[in-house]
Design a protein around this ligand. Structure first.
Ligand SMILES: NC(=O)c1ccc[n+]([C@@H]2O[C@H](COP(=O)([O-])OP(=O)(O)OC[C@H]3O[C@@H](n4cnc5c(N)ncnc54)[C@H](OP(=O)(O)O)[C@@H]3O)[C@@H](O)[C@H]2O)c1
Length: 314
């Protein structure tokens, strides 16, 4: 409803506004009845998502958020009252780079004097498992940045993103078509393994907005998103909605890695799922109650109802 240009409205700087998380945060703040000035950062102001937000009154600033560009990153954060930051491991798959860029964003927010720094963190699966599942760099890196932010003294709220609902369709290990036309969903964990599923584009921003607006959250809070559902239930509901026969198949680790077709990446994926099965996606910490949010997030069934699922079956 409100993107303000009034200097008295808090200025929120959003990293990743053209992406799933940052875009969701922008939409949630635009929906708020509280006034915000919004500045969205991107490397390419001509992207359709950047243009759409600009047309709504968002100030779009072009900047690359790399460590060697720190001086320009600082300018992009100038005057911020609140900052939201996410790093995109998927673009480079480099744990140390994700840590360095995350820490730079913490330092930048601190130098800008923000009253609230919201960090899209995750848990360390390595720490939760006592080092057993140590290959999941994008979880461990985000936790390291969380610790750094907390130690830095910048008022921080960590809003952790759940397991994207879209992963079920996009991940190369999922949904393998069988010669008889049915599908197998093969995973290295039991069917009762739960993940906190979230329709990230639709709902992640609700949790960030709650971290900003709900007095029960704010600085010092850890806000965990999504709704817990087991892989078995995920597959059963998908089977019903798509009217396709889909069987959940528990694979042993080696068979799963082979099925991914990615000898380098498969062991990391298996570590991740095995850690979820034993320790939980959030290490057993509680997900934020829906009553804290400005509206109800989508369940897996809601997500499927809003998605052209047939498009994903090949
Ligand atoms: N898949 C899951 O289930 C899951 C769950 C929890 C967390 N995550 C994490 O989510 C993160 C990705 O977030 P997302 O889904 O929102 O990603 P996304 O949709 O791919 O968007 C990435 C955003 O980051 C921006 N960006 C990346 N590098 C940049 C740079 N050097 N300078 C400026 N902006 C940059 C991009 O901006 P421009 O391209 O416009 O410059 C874009 O807006 C990953 O780190 C992943 O580990 C994923």
């Amino acid at each position: 409803m409100t993107i303000s240009q009034d200097p008295s409205a808090p200025l929120v700087v959003l990293v990743g506004i053209t992406g799933l998380q940052g875009g969701s945060v922008a939409r949630a703040l635009i929906d708020s009845d509280k006034p915000y000035r919004i500045r969205g950062l991107t490397r390419d102001a001509n992207k359709p998502a950047a243009r759409t937000f600009a047309a709504q009154g968002v100030q779009i600033v072009s900047v690359s958020l790399t460590v060697d560009n720190a001086a320009n990153v600082r300018k992009a954060f100038d005057g911020a009252d609140i900052a939201f930051a996410v790093t995109n491991f998927n673009e480079h798959m480099d744990k140390q780079r994700e840590i360095s860029e995350g820490k730079m964003l913490v330092d930048t927010a601190k130098a800008a004097g923000v009253k609230l720094f919201i960090w899209s963190g995750l848990e360390s699966l390595s720490a939760l498992s006592g080092g057993k599942f140590s290959r999941v760099g994008f979880f461990d890196a985000k936790r390291e940045v969380t610790e750094y932010a907390k130690d830095s003294g910048v008022p921080t709220s960590v809003v952790e993103a759940g397991y994207y609902a879209t992963n079920i369709f996009e991940a190369p290990y999922a949904l393998k078509k069988q010669p008889d036309g049915s599908y197998v969903f093969g995973m290295p964990v039991p069917a009762n393994t739960q993940v906190p599923v979230i329709d990230v584009a639709h709902d992640y921003g609700l949790y960030v907005r709650a971290a900003i607006e709900n007095p029960a959250l704010g600085p010092g809070s850890e806000v965990l998103s999504g709704k817990l559902i087991s892989f078995g239930e995920l597959v059963e509901t998908l089977s019903q909605v798509s009217v396709k026969k889909i069987t959940y198949l528990e694979l042993d680790r080696e068979a799963f890695i082979e099925a991914t077709g990615m000898p380098d990446y498969g062991p990391m994926l298996s570590d991740m799922f095995e850690a979820f099965a034993i320790h939980g996606y959030y290490g057993g910490k509680a997900i934020a109650a829906e009553s804290l949010l400005p509206r109800k997030p989508r369940s897996w069934s809601d997500f499927l109802a809003a998605t052209p699922v047939q498009d994903f079956f090949h």
